[in-house]
Design a protein around this ligand. Structure first.
Ligand SMILES: [Zn+2]
Length: 213
C-alpha cells in the first residue's frame, strides 16, 4: 500500500480538493466522522453496509459507479432511502490519468444522469476512481463538483491486508472531521465486514457520530 494516512504535503498541493473536515470547528465539537463507500451499489455487500449503518444510527456517503446504478437500481434506491448522501464515481470506474479529458468528463456526466440530484444548494460530489485525476480534469470539474478525496484510506480492498491491522490503523489515525474510505466491492468484502462494525462501535462508544458529507 502506498500510504494509509494522506500526507499533508499532498493536501497542500491540491487545496481545492476536499481531504478532510478538520477546519470545521462544529465537527470538532461534535466529534464527527465521515464514512465513505466507493464502487457500489452491488448485491449483498451494499445491503449489508446499509444494515450495519442503520443498526448504529450511522450515515455515510456512497460514491457510486454509474454502471452499477444502472444494473441495480433497487439497490441504489435503498441507499437513497437510508438518507445517505450520493456521490459520482464515474460511469465505468475510469482512471483519470489514462483517460482523455473529454471522455473522462463525458463518462462522469453519463453517471450524473442516473443519480437524481438532491444536493441543491450544495455542489454535487465527485470522487476520482483510484484517486487518480489530472489537474486539467480537476479544473473542468470544480465549477460543478466538490471533489472529495480522503484523510484515511482503510486499505480494505487489499485481501492480503490483515483485518486486525486494518482496523487498528483506521482507529489510530481517526480524529474529528476525518473522511475515511471503504469500498462496497467484493475485493474489500473480507476486510470490510470485519472492520466496519468494529470501527463504528469503537467510536460510537467515544461519543462520535457518523454523518454524510
Ligand atoms: Zn473506486
Amino acid at each position: 500500500m502506498n500510504f494509509f494516512k494522506t500526507p499533508s504535503l499532498l493536501k497542500h498541493i491540491y487545496p481545492s480538493l476536499t481531504w478532510d473536515k478538520f477546519q470545521d470547528t462544529n465537527d470538532l465539537e461534535q466529534k464527527k466522522i465521515y464514512l465513505t463507500f466507493d464502487d457500489g451499489p452491488i448485491p449483498e455487500l451494499t445491503p449489508w453496509v446499509l444494515q450495519t449503518l442503520k443498526s448504529w444510527h450511522a450515515h455515510g456517503t456512497f460514491f457510486c459507479v454509474g454502471n452499477n446504478v444502472h444494473q441495480y437500481p433497487e439497490l441504489y434506491q435503498a441507499v437513497k432511502d437510508g438518507n445517505h448522501r450520493i456521490g459520482n464515481h464515474t460511469y465505468n470506474h475510469l482512471n483519470g490519468w489514462n483517460t482523455d479529458n473529454f471522455l473522462y468528463l463525458k463518462n462522469i456526466l453519463k453517471c450524473e444522469k442516473l443519480l437524481s440530484s438532491s444536493d441543491k444548494p450544495k455542489k454535487k460530489l465527485f470522487r476520482p476512481p483510484y484517486g487518480k485525476i489530472k489537474l486539467k480534469q480537476i479544473q473542468q470539474l470544480l465549477p460543478r463538483y466538490q471533489i472529495v478525496m480522503w484523510d484515511i484510506l482503510s486499505g480494505d480492498f487489499d485481501p492480503n491486508f490483515n483485518q486486525e491491522t486494518c482496523l487498528e490503523r483506521c482507529i489510530q489515525h481517526t480524529r474529528p472531521g476525518t473522511i475515511v474510505i471503504f469500498h462496497d466491492n467484493y475485493k474489500a468484502q473480507k476486510n470490510l465486514t470485519y472492520v466496519l462494525p468494529r470501527y463504528i462501535e469503537h467510536f460510537t462508544k467515544q461519543d462520535y457520530s457518523f454523518d454524510t458529507l
